[in-house]
Design a protein around this ligand. Structure first.
Ligand SMILES: [Cu+2]
Length: 171
């Protein structure tokens, strides 16, 4: 009977312990406005987000179970051709927001296991290195959407009606 009585307390203690451990393991990185572009074809797509590090971090890779290949990419205009290149190490200085957005930095997801459509979330793991060179991971659940949710960068975005969840109409 005493054991039964103390169970909830024990459970609460364990929860606090796990929360503390998770806090230690988590890199200090704020992720906002994350989305993966809807992809009716399995060839590939890209994920975008705003990253603000609370400590100096370097993004050294990305992994997801939904794609055969996942890489950090940049996109630059060379002459009049847009070219993509892999970025093996993307610096995330503390306190500075680095924006991954269409036409620039992005997480490239190639060789998709299935088309990405509908109201689903994709598990994405950011592989990071901290200032001491230790590897850190941040697990994300990124929503699939046909376009950026809410306000992205300086671009003019039409207001999204309240209650809408990323399923905006197409133009
Ligand atoms: Cu790319």
């Amino acid at each position: 009977m005493n054991v039964l009585k103390s169970l909830p307390r024990l459970a609460a203690c364990l929860l606090v312990l796990f929360a503390a451990l998770a806090a230690i393991a988590q890199p200090r990185l704020q992720v906002e406005g994350a989305w993966v572009r809807t992809s009716p074809s399995p060839t590939g797509t890209a994920a975008y987000m705003r990253l603000t590090a609370g400590e100096p971090l370097t993004l050294v890779g990305v992994s997801t179970p939904v794609a055969g290949v996942a890489e950090v990419h940049d996109m630059k205009l060379e002459g009049d051709i847009m070219r993509m290149r892999a970025v093996p190490a993307l610096e995330l200085p503390a306190g500075k927001t680095v924006e991954l957005k269409p036409g620039g930095l992005h997480l490239m997801l190639m060789d998709l296991k299935a088309p990405l459509q509908g109201e689903v979330r994709v598990p994405v793991t950011l592989l990071l290195r901290d200032a001491k060179g230790a590897e850190r991971r941040l697990e994300l659940q990124v929503p699939v959407a046909p376009r950026a949710p809410g306000i992205a960068g300086g671009a003019k975005v039409e207001p999204v009606p309240a209650g809408a969840h990323g399923h905006g109409h197409k133009h």
